[in-house]
Design a binder for this molecule. Structure first.
Ligand code: ATP
Length: 339
């Protein structure tokens, strides 16, 4: 429940909960700690006890639980990673694993759970809530920003800025040596990080899994560069654009244009870490409070999202089954400006 300014009304008494769990799952993302802090303090403000579940679903199965008090989440809003650790759990994908997790939650008197993660984590929560009487509310935490129903996922903006800073530096070398750099950024199935970082860096070409036509753009750029003897440029490659990623594309470019000095830079895990941006902290804080609010409102299996700046609730089954579509208009902008 929210007031007219869209500020969750945390003081109103609703369903009777005593103890909630909170955990992070899947890939870590900057801002997860800000979300843990907000969930913990909003719950305490509503007289709930809070249990931190460590190491995602694997920790849930093993009963790796710690009580969270207000002081335990002090000084973490600015930290990357997750103080609760995260994991990927094959065991939780099995009915036996989920039964163990359920028994652990019961043993710890946990009535409802906030899960901070991506679509895999929400699929797991949805499956378990269909099998057992337990409410899950999700907070989207993934640097891919690929969840349907929310404009932002926690960590995306920080990762975007990390990529932009790195590519700006790579460009200095590209220009100085007259090289073409293929810079691979994260995004196995989602190219939003690649697309927006490419726009922000003025990349000459952006290759994303959502648009195969971009390979024609790469060909045009390389042919033009060859003829004009203009031999430097940045090509952003989403890791999921092609099996083998930027390395494989560089091999093909090297074969077709042996005269060009082509290099590959794979940004890798630096994209996940670091202190969250102000916006990631603010979004994580708002979503954390809204998640507790949703549980108190007896919501089950919903993800908290942001739609045009407003907090919304999106059913898990929609959030995980539908894709966050790419604004292909951004590709047109990039093409027009990289003449
Ligand atoms: P990221 O976007 O960073 O990859 P994610 O939440 O999508 O985050 P996954 O590795 O896909 O990360 O999922 C996290 C965990 O959720 C898995 O390790 C598994 O324990 C659980 N999970 C995922 N899919 C299912 C499923 N279909 N059934 C049960 N549990 C699942």
């Amino acid at each position: 429940m929210t007031d007219k300014n869209n500020v969750p009304n945390v003081s109103q008494k609703r369903v009777k909960l005593r103890r909630i769990g909170v955990f992070t799952s899947g890939g870590d993302a900057p801002g997860m700690n800000a979300a843990i802090r907000a969930v913990t303090r909003a719950a305490i403000a509503n007289k709930l006890k809070v249990v931190g579940i460590r190491r995602g679903y694997q920790g849930m199965i093993e009963g790796d639980f710690i009580p969270l008090k207000s002081a335990d989440v002090s000084g973490i809003i600015q930290l990357g990673g997750t103080i609760l650790k995260t994991a990927r759990s094959a065991e939780f994908r099995t009915p036996e694993g989920r039964e163990k997790a359920w028994l652990q939650l019961q043993k710890a008197d946990i009535d409802a759970v906030v899960v901070i993660g991506g679509d895999g984590s929400f699929t797991g929560a949805l499956t378990m809530s269909q099998e057992y009487n337990i409410s899950f509310v999700g907070i989207p935490g993934t640097i891919d920003n690929d969840m349907y129903g929310t404009d932002y996922t926690i960590g995306y903006e920080t990762a975007l800025n990390t990529v932009v800073c790195a590519v700006d530096k790579i460009r200095d070398t590209a220009v100085s040596h007259g090289r073409i750099f293929l810079v691979e950024v994260m995004g196995r199935e989602a190219g939003l990080l690649a697309l927006n970082s490419g726009i922000a860096c003025g990349a000459e070409v952006i290759l994303i899994p959502e648009s195969k036509e971009q390979h024609d753009e790469l060909k045009r750029f390389l042919d033009k560069g060859y003829k004009n003897k203009e031999r430097s440029g940045i090509v952003i490659v989403a890791e999921g654009d092609e099996p083998g990623g930027a390395l494989k594309i560089a091999e093909a470019v090297g074969r077709d244009h042996p005269d060009l000095d082509v290099r590959v830079s794979i940004l890798g895990h630096i994209q996940r870490g670091g202190s969250p941006t102000a916006n990631d902290r603010i979004n994580a804080t708002r979503m954390g409070i809204a998640a507790v609010d949703a549980l108190l409102d007896d919501q089950k299996s919903v993800m908290i999202g942001l739609d045009n700046g407003k907090i919304v609730q999106v059913p898990f089954n929609k959030a995980v089954k539908l894709n966050h579509s790419i604004d292909t208009g951004l590709l047109d902008i990039q093409k027009m400006l990289s003449m």
